[in-house]
Design a protein around this ligand. Sequence first.
Ligand code: SAH
Length: 486
Amino acid sequence: MKKIIPVMKNQDIIMTIQDISAEGEGIGKYEGYTLFVPKALPGETIKARVLKVKGNFGYAKVEELLEPSAARQEADCPAGPLCGGCTLQHIKYEETLKIKQKQIQDCLERIGGLTGIEVMPVLGMAIPMHYRNKVQYPIRQGKNGAAQIGFFAPNSHRIIEAPTCCQQDPHTDLILQTIRQMMAKHNITAYQEETGRGLFRHCVIRKSALHKNFHLTLVINAKSISPNIKNAIIETFAGDPQISGVSINFHTEKNNVIMGRQTECILGEQYVEDYIGKYKFLISPNSFFQINSAMTEVLYQKALEYASLTGRERVFDLYCGIGTISLFLAEKAKEVIGVEIVPEAIADARENAKRNGIENAEFYVGKAEEVFPKLYAEGRGADVIVVDPPRKGLEPAVIETIRQMQPERVVYVSCNPATLARDLKLFVGEEKEEEREGSVLTGSQGQESSLATGKKLARYQVMKVQGVDMFARGGHVETVCLLVKV
Ligand code: SAH
């Protein structure tokens, strides 16, 4: 039977918002039909205009706030109305922390089937402004032929050249202005997505809080840089005391990935040097570094606390990046083994260990799902394992190997509560037989063993879950979770 949808496009309706999505959209029901309404808050009654109608849900926009929420605030960012970045900026900061706590809790329950777990209140920033140490802006050719550098308008690739937003260092505005002037003066073309032509496609600016300066990477649509353009860049930035170095990244593929694989430093330092806590880190342009250094320290301290190290433990740090968490762990453990897919990041990790006087950390390049099972097959074990995967979460092979290796504790650092919850379900190991690939339930006690190896798989209990507000004013949240072997 065809479902009757009670609204039509462009219809105005009165509705009450009940919840908020991970993307910061208000969610309400109109005669049982779900509508997502950006910038509407739970508890608010609004007049909404229906914009899009789909089978199971639709989208609407706020026409009038009939009963506003007490949690609402005026957006205070210069880029605010234009930018789609800070999806929670219309909500008082304290309230955004509660929303994120609930988001984690909901994911654990809905996706992970984990009930009765206490999610601690999200640790927030004292001043949730100007915290980003990295910005990346697209460079595109505007209608009048001049280069435009700014952010993409929400859900589009139209460039908005707004003033620097409330997350970034205001000095980046000056750097963008200098790039625009340089491009005009030297007739440097900007990328066009439709034709794949034009030279400059992105600029990535990384700030060093340690040295109070910036490293600039210009991503160009070419396999090499001509001497003229190279000289123009050097001439422009050589005398700038705020710029520690300029790198060129070569990226000729037609896709939305920001950086290509090859990078060449053409001026000053190739690396950014920064610190988290008492450790200093070298970061090369292709390596990952957390974007909010202040909250990263909070996050790592929490991970360290959950790891409860005494000095005797063998520890794995999977998805270790430039070895940041590894160094925090190494001081308190017997040995740390880091695994990471990006070769430059592992080169940075080895150098960072050396520079910080850490001698008990080893690093391996490769996919965690391949390198880690191989190390286990060679007889390596662990007492504690820390994982910090990208948003897509852990590969099943990583979870399976951890459960075979049976460390006492697993500390899961996650930037996506949905994949965290999905993975925790596998650690807890109570899913039905037919839901798993590669392992089955055996025995009357319900102990599992791997189909591939026949080895026993440990079960884990979720002991602690703590959110950390790495992305203040935006919808995302970082979570640290402690799992203990049952
Ligand atoms: N723990 C680090 C990095 C976390 S970000 C920190 O706090 O800075 C996730 C990291 O996982 C990135 O460095 C990314 O390059 C790496 N990565 C992505 N896929 C991977 C895979 N399949 N195996 C190993 N590392 C991977």
